[in-house]
Design a binder for this molecule. Structure first.
Ligand code: HEM
Length: 417
């Protein structure tokens, strides 16, 4: 696979992982910027297409230049969302400053290292419970039984979703991110319908939780959103719902895939597992960064050139108003100009200036500290109690252009206590 059609999601995921990376390496080394037509996601209108950015320098430059490269035209797809979907997804990730910054500040404090210390006892206990539940079995599905459970529980607890609704949030965010996967299409219909129904369902839950928290405030993110004011005005119920959908989907669908990839990488590279096991305290911080660089669970985000921007040149290509660029983090994270031997999974890699959590700038992942802590506690728990956990069957990948996701991962290990 030396050439690649970025819109052929089935073909992309059918190819071996080395071939997928080789195709991006070819794009990165070719002159100029590759241009692709927009994929057919089943809704109109479609624009002419988008440029794929695979070089780290381009990704960094665009991420920093938020005046000319906007998020407000959409980030998760090269195709603009139709109006019936846009109303659920106009959250801060698809806004530019100053509105973006004002919204981000409402919740940002809850995600600082200092505030996260308060939730760490819970995160650690959840990780212990997860390993308790599998340790005697000797086998499990590493996605369903391990990596899916921790981020779901943590983000639901932080937002204020009661335990009875955690499974519901899991199903609905899976659908939102799984619109290109034939499994979801077979069960739920076309992508537009799947996305609309999942968005509506999550918005209904947000309205219900917000109404309750307006009467009974608690120390959770829904309560913060309900109480927040921007320029003396409260958020509308629709804005609270959009924010909620962003938090539960971003908190859930990303860290899960990072953990799954970490488990898989330990099977692929036993010498790296041995290095990690030898020095858990010393290696864990670099290992959790390396997993995110290597896997890049969010493969890209989009930016669109502002209508009033003067022409910009990027890798020899002139860009003008309305042009769309996809920042391929997982290709930039393999750029040999920035990483020695980039295909190598190296748990001690340092420095590791990856863009797995997005590029530098105002949209840098709000949950990066949280994700690092979740990965730290679950990998420590796994390496201490099931150190030989190995993948024993074919991973089932999520068919998605956006998310480097795994749906199931058969695993076995020596049963312990
Ligand atoms: C933003 C990746 C975990 C919440 C982002 C962006 C990326 C990313 C690439 C940049 C978006 C852009 O520039 O357009 C990841 C990865 C994670 C992870 C790889 C796990 C390994 C989390 C968690 C949360 C979270 C646990 C918790 C809620 C967010 C939010 C934004 C964001 C709210 C939008 C920030 C903004 O627009 O200001 N993430 N994320 N993420 N992430 Fe994460």
């Amino acid at each position: 696979m030396s050439t690649i059609d970025l819109n052929d999601v089935d073909g992309f995921w059918a190819a071996p992982i080395e071939d997928r990376h080789a195709a991006f390496d070819t794009l990165r080394e070719a002159p100029g910027l590759p241009f692709f037509p927009e994929p057919d996601l089943g809704w109109a209108p479609r624009g002419p297409g988008y440029y794929a950015l695979t070089r780290m320098d381009d990704v960094l430059r665009v991420s920093r230049d938020t005046r000319r490269f906007l998020s407000s035209k959409g980030v998760g797809s090269p195709v603009d969302l139709p109006p019936e979907l846009a109303e659920f997804h106009e959250s801060m990730i698809t806004m530019d400053d100053p509105r973006h910054g004002r919204l981000r500040r409402i919740v940002a404090k809850a995600f600082t290292p200092r505030s996260l210390s308060a939730v760490m006892d819970n995160v650690t206990q959840v990780a212990v419970d997860i390993v308790d539940d599998v340790v005697e079995r000797g086998e499990c599905d590493a996605v369903a039984d391990i990596s899916a459970r921790l981020p779901l529980r943590v983000i639901c607890d932080m937002t204020g979703v009661p335990a009875s609704q955690h499974g519901f949030v899991f199903e609905q965010t899976n659908m939102l991110l799984g619109i290109q996967d034939p499994e979801f299409a077979a069960e739920h219909g076309d992508p537009l319908r799947i996305m609309f129904e999942a968005s509506q369902a999550l918005a209904d839950l947000a309205h219900e939780l917000a109404a309750h928290r307006a009467e009974h405030p608690a120390d959770d993110l829904i309560s913060r959103l309900v109480a927040a004011e921007i320029d003396g005005e409260a958020l509308t119920p629709a804005e609270v719902a959009e924010f909620f959908i962003l938090l539960v989907s971003a908190g859930n669908e990303t860290t899960r895939n990072a953990i799954s990839w970490g488990i898989e990488l330990l099977t692929r590279y036993p010498e790296q597992r041995a290095t990690w096991l030898d020095d858990l305290d010393g290696v864990t911080p670099t290992a959790v960064e390396e997993i995110v660089r290597w896997a890049s669970p969010v493969m890209f985000q989009r930016r669109t050139v502002a209508e009033d921007a003067e022409p910009i040149e990027l890798s020899g290509q002139e860009l003008g108003p309305g042009d769309k660029v996809l920042l391929y983090y997982w290709a930039a994270n393999r750029d040999p100009r920035h990483f020695d031997d980039p295909a190598r999974f190296d748990v001690r890699r340092s420095p590791n200036p990856h863009v797995g959590y997005g590029g530098p700038g105002p949209h840098f992942c709000l949950g990066a500290h949280l994700a690092r802590r979740e990965m730290t506690v679950i990998f420590r728990e796994l390496l201490e109690r099931v150190p030989d956990l190995e993948i024993t069957g074919e991973p089932v990948r999520l068919k998605s252009a956006l998310v480097n996701g795994t749906k199931s991962l058969p695993a076995s290990f020596t049963p312990g206590e």
